[in-house]
Every structure is written in C-alpha cells, then in structure tokens.
Design a protein around this ligand. Structure first.
Ligand SMILES: Nc1ncnc2c1ncn2[C@@H]1O[C@H](COP(=O)(O)OP(=O)(O)OP(=O)(O)O)[C@@H](O)[C@H]1O
Length: 277
C-alpha cells in the first residue's frame, strides 16, 4: 500500500526565483525505509517540509495515505507524521524530559492515564527511562536526540521523517541513534524517510532517492546505486569507504558477485575469493 506519493511536484520559495523542486514524482510503500540524498541545496529538506505540510506545492500533488494534502486536512495528516531534526537543542519545549515527551501528547488531547503509559514506553524504547525528571538542557547531544525520538514515538506516527538527525552527533552517539531507530522500526514497522549525508547510513535503507539541483536523478536500491555511480563528485557526494575499496579491487581484477554494501560483506567476498584462487 502506497503511504506517500509525490505526483509531478514543483516548489519554489519565491516567485522571482528558480524552482527548488522540479517535477518530482515517487511513491513510498508503507513500512519502507527510504533515504534521500543529494548535494547541499538539492531540495531534500523541502521534500520533508512538503510531506509534513509546512509547505504546499505550487504545482503537482502530494498524497499521504491516499489523501491529497491541502490546507484543510493538514492537521489530520500531521497526526500520522513524526519528525526529528538535525539540532536536538531546537526540539525542546519543556523543562524536564517528561514535559518534553508529554508536549506532543497533550497537544493531541491524549487522556492523562494513556499519556503516562506512552511516556514510560517511549522513554524505555530509547533507553532514557531513568532520565524522566532530568532537565533536558543538561543531557548530552545523543541523549537529547534520543528524547526527541521518544517524544515523536509517543505519538505513534505511521511515518517518521529524519532530517539529518544524526549529523551533529559524534560517531558513538550517531550509531546509538541509528540502532535505536532500526530497533523501533522492527517493532512498530513505521515508514521511515531519512535525509542524510552519511552514505553508510544509506546502506541500511531499502531504497535511495537522489536529488540533484531539484530533480530526482536516481530511485533505486543502495546496492545498485553504489555499484553504478562512477562520478560521485557530480552528485556532490563522497562514496562510502567500502565502495571505494571495492572499486579499487575491481580494477585489480576482483569480481564481486554483488557490490558489497558494508565491511562485513566486503570481508566475506574477499574471504570467498581468496578460497577460490
Ligand atoms: N526559507 C527559504 N527561503 C528561500 N529559499 C530557501 C528557503 N529554504 C531553502 N531555500 C533554498 O531552497 C533550496 C533547497 O533547500 P533545501 O533546504 O531543501 O536543500 P537541502 O538539500 O536540504 O540542503 P542541505 O543539504 O544543505 O540541508 C536551496 O537553494 C535553498 O537556498
């Protein structure tokens, strides 16, 4: 079942300026995990803002759960969509962790007894249950981002949008967040749309959409993309280390049965290759 559909969508911020998104069309199936990548200014965040109804297209249509987005139904649609942004600092509204997770629930008029249960469950899910009464300001970046995820999960969205949600974290914090999201996705099977510049994170997605200067240039699997692209520079992207290494080995005559997506697959392929020699 299609949960998100863009049909020939155009968007620009000002009439005098060029289109930021040009004739964008794609469909996302419920439960899919999709990464959106592209150079700075290619239009990724604009796509996310259109899905959440923070912006509306000047031409073309966007459907969420089969419903065409417009100014009148956007409030209902937003109930289904959760967002986590780049900067954890900007996502806090209350003083304590509890206040923060409660905020979205209160806004949606969730009864008090259900609210406490949801707060407990969602903090538990991200491993922050011991921080209920802590001041959000005093948490580390990774902890803040986990609380932001808990706040979003508490509203039980069917679509989760991550806009560079790990980019301000150190490698440890980043891995923690990625693992938390993967774990939550396994349990709740929401549709996941991730904007990222981290191509290792892209390898975890079912599908990857590439934007270049506001146009959709590729819509494929990460494995296809990483094995095909010869000119990463033209996309404004740097290939993951595994892809670089696999390409160098291919030039030396190694024949991989499938392009390795991560170091584990690369090692397995090399091990098998070595045994074959
Ligand atoms: N509020 C705004 N007003 C005018 N122009 C904007 C606004 N927000 C974004 N733009 C422009 O729209 C284009 C696309 O921006 P967008 O933020 O969608 O790109 P992005 O791919 O998410 O970039 P980045 O990787 O740098 O976050 C850019 O040229 C940007 O300057």
């Amino acid at each position: 079942m299609t949960i998100i559909e863009f049909r020939d969508v155009y968007y620009r911020y000002n009439e005098e300026e060029n289109w930021v998104l040009k004739k964008i069309s794609f469909k996302i199936t419920a439960g899919e995990s999709v990464a959106i990548i592209g150079h700075n200014g290619s239009g990724k965040s604009t796509i996310i803002k259109l899905i959440n109804g923070l912006l509306f297209p000047q031409a073309g249509d966007i459907f969420i759960d089969g419903e065409k987005i417009n100014e009148r139904n956007i409030w209902g649609i937003r109930q289904k969509v959760g967002m986590v942004f780049q900067n954890p600092e900007n996502q806090f509204v209350g003083t304590t962790v509890k206040d923060d997770v409660a905020f979205g629930l209160e806004n949606r008029g969730i009864p008090r007894e259900v609210m406490m249960e949801r707060i407990d469950q969602s903090l538990q899910a991200v491993g922050m249950q011991d921080f209920l009464l802590h001041e959000a300001q005093h948490l580390s970046g990774g902890q803040k981002q986990r609380v932001a995820i808990a706040a979003v999960m508490a509203i039980q969205p069917s679509i989760l949008l991550l806009d560079e949600a790990t980019s301000m974290l150190d490698p440890l914090g980043r891995n923690e967040i990625i693992e938390t999201i993967q774990h939550l996705k396994q349990i709740h099977n929401f549709t996941l749309l991730t904007i990222t510049h981290d191509l290792d994170e892209v390898t975890l997605a079912d599908r990857v959409i590439v934007l270049r200067e506001g146009k959709l240039t590729n819509d494929t699997t990460p494995r296809e993309l990483f094995s095909q692209v010869n000119n990463w520079g033209s996309l404004g992207l740097a290939p993951p280390f595994t892809t670089k290494l696999a390409s160098a080995l291919k030039k030396l005559g190694y024949r991989f049965p499938a392009h390795p997506l991560n170091h584990k697959e690369l090692l397995e392929a090399l091990w098998t290759y070595n045994l074959k020699k």
